[in-house]
Design a protein around this ligand. Structure first.
Ligand SMILES: CC(C)(COP(=O)(O)OP(=O)(O)OC[C@H]1O[C@@H](n2cnc3c(N)ncnc32)[C@H](O)[C@@H]1OP(=O)(O)O)[C@@H](O)C(=O)NCCC(=O)NCCS
Length: 165
């Protein structure tokens, strides 16, 4: 069992988080080839990351093992469609645990931290989020902490159903 510590992400985590985030994006592209990661340089990532840290309605936490990172989570508050209540919900934009640290409760601990943060946000009482249908591990994780399928996002090429997906 690895000793890890969950803490809020800080600016100095930027370069390490960029590496983890690239791993996450590569993972998603491998799970489903319709996911095409846009090229994002480390410098661009760092600028965006600083903005996220400054946003009161967003939060990011890392799982630190010694001086390196085993995983991270990023949460934010989103507006719902204007015709559906409640007006806002919490969402998890990114969640990643490095392969060698998996199945040790790190994702669960990261999610608990985001949940605590989301509870402190006025008017927010639930989570909604997108997940890749083909990612069985992710589905297993979300199910294990109480998520259930809600709205499904469908995909089709403009050329028609007979074209390759
Ligand atoms: C999904 C992911 C975040 C889980 O991280 P983790 O730290 O291994 O998860 P935990 O150890 O906290 O697991 C908690 C529970 O979730 C479930 N779970 C986790 N991984 C699972 C898997 N591969 N298959 C089925 N269930 C799984 C189990 O019930 C597990 O409890 P258990 O180990 O006692 O059986 C990790 O596998 C990952 O980073 N995957 C790639 C990126 C990703 O899918 N991100 C989430 C989508 S946004």
């Amino acid at each position: 069992m690895t000793g890890y510590r969950i803490r809020p992400a800080s600016e100095s985590d930027g370069p390490a988080l960029y590496e983890l985030w690239q791993g996450l994006r590569q993972h998603n592209a491998t799970v489903d080839r319709r996911v095409i990661p846009a090229p994002v340089a480390e410098s661009e990532f760092i600028v965006d990351f600083r903005e996220v840290l400054a946003r009161p309605r967003s939060a990011a936490f890392v799982a630190a093992v010694d001086t390196s990172l085993a995983g991270f989570i990023a949460g934010t508050i989103e507006r719902n469609l204007p015709d559906r209540l409640p007006a806002e919900h919490a969402t998890v934009g990114y969640l990643w645990v490095e392969e060698r640290f998996r199945r040790q409760g790190i994702a669960r601990a990261l999610f608990a931290e985001v949940t605590g943060w989301a509870r402190s946000q006025n008017g927010v009482s639930h989570f909604e989020m997108a997940v890749l249908s083909a990612d069985d591990a992710a589905a297993g994780f979300w199910r294990s902490i109480g998520f259930s399928p809600f709205i499904e996002r469908l995909w089709a090429p403009l050329g028609g159903a007979e074209e390759d997906a």
